[in-house]
Design a protein around this ligand. Structure first.
Ligand code: FES
Length: 171
């Protein structure tokens, strides 16, 4: 049947009803999708669980021999410095200044990290030498397995001071 202006006039609410039906269908589909993703998120393991499983969030940074004793090596991709002490211990420090988040730079001559933004300075363990930085550089646990140096980048740790337990030694 050919649609005419007269037919439309006889059902003035039909267009609005169709629009409302479509809108309800759309909202129903959105609600179902939200419930689906909510259930999926409940079934997925949480980040905390991932952290407790050794190896699940580790990133290989390099081989042990890539970090000679007495060196400080920047890793711009992961935003860390890998410090290898003369005695062989490893320490991974965040590149991010704890004052306002600028990237600190290693000064080989002065043997310290300098922040270019407000002149904070840190020693090679990341301890504050000059403020305004409110605390040492954060560190990441280093794991050494099968000759590889690995970091758990999900475990960035704040601290008040350097402690020998923050170092990792190859066995
Ligand atoms: S951001 Fe480093 S001293 Fe301010």
């Amino acid at each position: 049947m050919k649609k005419t202006a007269a037919n439309t006039d006889t059902h003035p609410g039909k267009g609005r009803r169709n629009f409302l039906k479509t809108a309800w269908k759309f909202l129903g589909a959105v609600a179902v999708a939200e419930i689906f993703f909510f259930v999926i998120s409940l079934l997925k393991p949480s980040r905390e669980i991932n952290q407790s499983k050794p190896g699940s969030t580790l990133r290989i940074i390099g081989n042990i021999e890539d970090f000679p004793p007495g060196s400080v090596t920047p890793d711009r991709i992961n935003k860390v410095y890998i410090i290898r002490e003369k005695e062989g211990g490893f320490l991974a420090l965040s590149i991010v200044c704890p004052h306002l988040g600028c990237s600190v730079l290693w000064d080989e001559t002065k043997q310290q990290f300098d922040c270019p933004c407000h002149s904070s300075a840190f020693d090679q363990h990341g301890i504050v030498l000059s403020s305004p930085a409110p605390r040492p550089l954060d560190y990441f646990p280093v794991i050494i397995e099968e000759g590889k140096v690995k970091l758990d980048l999900t475990r960035k740790t704040k601290r008040k001071k350097f402690e020998p337990g923050q170092m990792t030694y190859a066995v």
